[in-house]
Design a protein. Structure first.
Length: 479
């Protein structure tokens, strides 16, 4: 049936309509604020006309969109007024991802997204709503066909050949509790409030301020604690919704990741697209010995809402990472040897770089609020400690054609990558580094959207960077 032109499920009309309305939301809100006093009837009529047009275009977009398989190609024809044709060879396809939102799951549908190496911001092909069995059949047909073993069923039944790992409810709760989402939610709340502030009457602010002052410092602190607790609970809920039922499975040369409670996503990661594997330890999780394992993936798009780095497992104990990688990506198992550390004379540069951004804030506090000078001192101490942590965590290790680098921006990251994945190797020096015999190492790999992903290790010994450059050049010649 896939070899005849097919349309998506009629529910695609709903998704097209929701997309149109989402794009028009800002215009509708702006129109409401502009015409709420006068000519409001004209505004309502315009909104109704827009909704009707959106429905018509949604239906026509669905009706004029067809897909079929022909030979080794997925052929798509679409366009209301101008017909467009897109032919995608299955040999160019990097991954086929299936996503099921709430509406999809109610109707037993999935969204199929086809990614190629040059997909860009949008997927190469996106079928918004097809029956689940059709989506799975299409994914099977589009997979690149390699050499298959004779006894396929024996390998499928062998758990060591096709390992599976699921996240437990306890670990999911720990992941949510230590996600650090409370800061993101607080910043988001502050941004939304600042945007809505202009529409709130002044007398409301005055009454609220007077009420707040009358409560007393103890009650105010209590309210602040309650708000922080609610943000923490929302962070846990968000993590559980995003990573609920997280499962990773390996079959042949592909990793399959399924996650999500409300919107179920099925991601396919071919092993040849993995450019590097990293271990991230956040400031909150590191003291408890937890880490996140992720992979840097080449190609893909941003349409499916994925991060630039694909999470291979949301949370693991640090001592579980080696066995996890041994099971799913044995080539990236961490070495037990210690990393080559940053030289001691570089410590002052790390501390100063961390403290300089705080200088302006501290100076402003000291000038405008001299009674809060202690805040400036605390900020300087925290930034200095943070700079020392960046220095302490930095390092690298070379073994054969594999390199490991460790660095910290906010969170500590340990990245394992192979020489063949390094697209560029660069040494940089500013005058102060040159005077101290130091240099910065910069490595580049291919990342999402085909753009570069860069890693920097600052203030290494210049002679050490020269040796690393020789390693890179020698391996390149050998390759």
């Amino acid at each position: 049936m896939m070899y005849k032109p097919r349309r998506m499920h009629p529910a695609a009309v709903i998704f097209n309509f929701l997309r149109f309305m989402k794009e028009l939301t800002f215009a509708i809100v702006a129109g409401f604020l502009a015409f709420k006093g006068t000519s409001f009837g004209y505004f309502i009529a315009a909104v109704i006309a827009v909704v009707v047009l959106a429905l018509v275009f949604s239906f026509l977009s669905w009706y004029r969109y067809t897909y079929r398989m022909e030979g080794d190609e997925l052929r798509i024809e679409y366009g209301i007024f101008i017909r467009k044709k897109r032919y995608i060879s299955k040999h160019r396809i990097q991954s086929i991802d299936l996503t099921a939102g709430v509406i999809h799951r109610m109707l037993n549908l999935v969204k199929v997204q086809v990614e190629t190496a040059g997909s860009g911001i949008d997927s190469e092909a996106s079928l918004k709503a097809v029956r689940r069995e059709d989506g799975e059949a299409l994914r099977t047909m589009l997979k690149r066909m390699g050499e298959q073993p004779e006894d396929t069923e024996q390998i499928i039944s062998d758990k060591s050949a096709n390992p599976v790992k699921k996240i437990t409810a306890k670990r999911l709760f720990i992941a949510g509790s230590t996600s650090g989402s409370i800061g993101v939610l607080a910043a988001l709340f502050a941004f939304v409030f600042s945007e809505l502030e202009q529409f709130i009457p002044d007398h409301f602010f005055e009454a609220s301020y007077a009420w707040l002052i009358g409560l007393g410092i103890t009650i105010i602190i209590g309210l602040a604690v309650v708000v922080l607790f609610l943000l923490w609970v929302l962070g846990i809920a968000g993590t559980m919704i995003k990573y609920g039922n997280f499962t990773i499975a390996k079959q042949g040369e592909e990793l399959f990741i399924t996650r999500g409670l409300l919107e179920k996503k099925q991601l396919t990661i071919p092993l040849q697209r993995i450019q590097a594997v990293g271990i991230e330890e956040s400031m909150i999780r590191q003291p408890f010995g937890f880490a996140t394992v992720y992979a840097e993936i080449a190609g893909g798009s941003l349409e499916n809402g994925n991060e630039y780095s694909a999470v291979l497992f949301p949370i693991l104990k640090k001592d579980e990472v080696a066995s996890f990688l041994e099971t799913f990506l044995p080539a990236y198992v961490p070495e037990e040897r210690r990393l080559v550390p940053i030289p001691g004379k570089a410590r002052k540069f790390y501390v100063l770089r961390s403290m300089l951004p705080v200088l302006l804030v501290a100076a402003s506090i000291m000038y405008f609020f001299p009674q809060l000078n202690w805040v400036s001192a605390v900020l300087f101490i925290i930034s200095g400690v943070f700079g020392w942590l960046r220095y302490q965590d930095g390092g690298f290790l070379i073994k054969g054609d594999r390199m490991t680098i460790c660095y910290r921006v906010w969170n500590k990251r340990t990245v394992h990558l192979f020489h063949r994945r390094i697209q560029a190797f660069e040494m940089m020096q500013h005058p102060l580094q040159r005077n101290q015999g130091l240099a910065t190492l910069k490595l580049s790999i291919v990342g999402m959207l085909g753009a570069g992903k860069h890693f920097k290790l600052k203030d290494l010994e210049e002679r050490v960077v020269d040796r690393l450059f020789d390693w890179y050049s020698y391996q390149k010649k050998e390759r």
